[in-house]
Design a protein around this ligand. Structure first.
Ligand SMILES: C[S@@+](CC[C@H](N)C(=O)[O-])C[C@H]1O[C@@H](n2cnc3c(N)ncnc32)[C@H](O)[C@@H]1O
Length: 187
């Protein structure tokens, strides 16, 4: 089953059960830094982060491979008069979108790992702009989660990857098996 089919099924079920998408809790806690502008939510799913950011005065571009998710975000955005542009797109081809360099104030990725996105993310964020990412990592406690190592960060991987950025928040939660970074691009 390909990713689009798999995620479409999950999201159809969640929409039917009226499970409201919620924003990442650590992103919400960092809201003092979230002062609005242009944001990009990669692998946005049902748009918990996108909806939250739009309510924080961001103009949000939200990208996902699931048309069920993209249609849902479009509906929510229309219904609540939010500035979100949902786009159905395969992120393995993100370079084809030809985003302008230094054009986003904030890029967000949660629960999705494709390391080939990092160079693009670094290019499209403005100077002094922010990057937030949280996803699974290879902690000692979480070997039974059924997530393959390909989709799990190595310990400290995001710290190393963004070592020349200003790190405003970093956490490895063994309990949740999640690694989180919030960092700012330096001039
Ligand atoms: C675990 S969900 C995370 C959704 C959301 N970011 C969150 O944290 O709730 C992973 C998402 O990645 C999307 N996805 C998987 N492969 C993709 C691809 N190649 N291009 C774009 N989106 C993809 C899926 O459709 C799904 O919405």
């Amino acid at each position: 089953m390909d990713d689009r089919v798999k995620w479409n099924r999950k999201y159809e079920e969640r929409i039917m059960l009226m499970i409201e998408p919620t924003a990442n809790s650590r992103l919400k806690e960092l809201s003092t830094h979230l002062t609005g502008g242009k944001a990009l939510d990669l692998a946005c799913g049902l748009g918990g982060n996108s909806l939250f950011l739009a309510r924080m005065n961001y103009y949000v571009e939200a990208i996902d491979i699931s048309d069920v998710a993209i249609d849902y975000i479009q509906e929510q955005s229309n219904m609540h008069h939010l500035s979100i542009v949902p786009r159905l797109f395969d992120l393995t081809e993100l370079n084809k979108l030809n985003f302008q360099k230094k054009s986003f104030d904030l890029v967000v990725i949660t629960n999705y790992l494709d390391r080939s996105l990092f160079p693009i993310v670094k290019e499209i964020i403005k100077e002094n702009g922010y990057f937030f990412m949280e996803t699974f990592f290879q902690s000692n406690l979480n070997d039974n989660l059924g997530v393959s190592n390909q989709y799990r960060l190595k310990p400290k991987e995001l710290l190393d990857e963004f070592s020349d950025w200003q790190i405003l928040f970093y956490e490895e939660s063994e309990q949740e098996a999640k690694q989180t970074i919030f960092c700012q691009k330096l001039n």
